[in-house]
Write a protein that binds this ligand. Structure first.
Ligand SMILES: *Cc1c(COP(=O)(O)O)cnc(C)c1O
Length: 389
């Protein structure tokens, strides 16, 4: 059956070759360690699970939820914003519950983009930004995230004819895959840019609570005027180890929230209410579970850093996310290097090109596995390669 052009135009799946290699190794009973998975291994904190159990037992929650989400959940979101960032939001008009933030990030493009429009897409980046925009008919104009700019896009380098045609821009700090963070000042600069060219900003804050060494990430909505030009996507997935639960939100500009709610009410029927009540327990309960999780990631970061140093890398770690973005040794492409490491050490790393063409020259490792396994992976690389530099 012939699929629609929009589907056949999707970029090829880049990890197919690696997945095939993994399968072959596993067939030979070789223990493959994956540093490729961006899915937390730690469990959801028990008080959140308990809240789900309690609210799942209430038949009122067995019916269709509203598309915009429970008012109690949206109020918990606004109170969280107030406590965490001193940002004021109206729960009725400026917040919408999402079935995971990926859902909203994908759908927002369908609200504002059509054929002939341009979307500004950070590269490397979370693939949904560019794919959502392309599925909605827009052309991606890539904003390279380069090490020399601390992985922050140079908005001044976007040609003005492109900026004038652009309708929407995605940003993401703390960043996946680079781990980079940005300042409140950059958000202010982005708001200015958006104002002068009439561009909608969609900021993805999935990793705002996973930062290190005392650094606390700002919200895009803290920038004066942010609410005039954009929204922020957020998710319970990474903060509370709830990737499988599917719960997030978008908050900010009321028109954008309304458009997103309209498209959602036509395509989905909202998030299970018991899960939204569990989300309330997460946002309103003690945040010690978050601090403990960050402590565990911090320990793994140190292990990874030490292991990479033993292999010859001399890198400094950025301050956010659950990833480390590492330059590949000279003479290899990202894909070649990932295949080599898999073949010789049975360790999966993600080639940077999986996140866009400006990811070439890098690979990503993820901290979502127990410290012992991470140590073992790095020891295997040491055993197989000695040092790379
Ligand atoms: C994991 C992740 C998300 C969260 O997605 P959910 O759909 O909420 O699980 C969003 N953005 C980025 C960059 C991510 O890495």
């Amino acid at each position: 059956m012939k699929v629609a052009d929009r589907l056949s135009a999707l970029p090829p799946y880049l990890f197919a070759r690696i997945e095939q290699m993994i399968e072959e190794l596993e067939k030979k009973n070789i223990d493959v360690i994956s540093l490729g998975i961006g899915d937390p291994d730690l469990p959801t904190p028990p008080h959140i699970v308990q809240a789900l159990i309690k609210h799942a037992q209430n038949p009122e929650n067995h019916r269709y939820p509203s598309s915009a989400g429970l008012m109690d959940f949206r109020r918990a979101v606004t109170e969280w914003y107030q406590r965490r960032f001193q940002v004021e939001l109206d729960p009725a008009a400026e917040v919408v519950t999402l079935i995971g933030s990926k859902e909203g990030i994908g759908h927002i493009s369908f609200c504002y983009l059509q054929d002939g429009d341009i979307a500004l897409i950070p590269d490397p980046g979370y693939p949904v930004y560019g794919i959502g925009a392309a599925l909605a008919g827009a052309e991606n104009y890539l904003l390279p995230l380069e090490e020399k700019n601390h992985f922050i896009p140079d908005l001044g380098s976007v040609p003005s004819d492109v900026a004038r045609k652009a309708r929407l821009m995605f940003l993401n700090y703390p960043n996946n895959p680079t781990g980079a963070t940005c300042t409140r000042q950059f958000f202010e600069e982005a708001v200015e840019f958006a104002r002068s060219y009439d561009i909608i900003i969609c900021h993805d804050a999935a990793y705002s609570e996973i930062t290190f060494n005392g650094y606390s990430a700002p919200s895009f909505l803290e920038a004066p005027g942010a609410k005039d030009v954009g929204i922020e996507f957020h998710s319970l997935s990474k903060t509370y180890n709830m990737t499988g639960w599917r719960l997030g939100w978008a908050a900010g500009n009321a028109e954008l929230v309304k458009a997103l709610t309209t498209i959602k009410s036509n395509l989905d029927s909202g998030a299970f209410q018991a899960i939204q009540y569990a989300g309330i327990a997460a946002l309103e309960g003690s945040q010690n579970c978050v601090a403990e999780m960050v402590r565990i990631y911090q320990e793994r970061r140190q292990i990874a850093l030490q292991g990479l140093e033993d292999l010859g890398w001399n890198i400094s770690l950025p301050q956010g996310s659950i990833y480390i973005w590492v330059p590949v040794p000279p003479r290899y492409s990202s894909a070649e290097f990932a295949e080599l490491v898999l073949e010789k050490a049975a360790v999966v790393i993600t080639p940077g090109t999986g996140y866009g063409k400006f990811g070439e020259g890098y690979f990503r490792i993820s901290l979502t596995l127990p410290s012992e396994r991470l140590k073992e992976a790095l020891a295997r690389m040491k055993e197989a390669f000695g040092t790379f530099f």
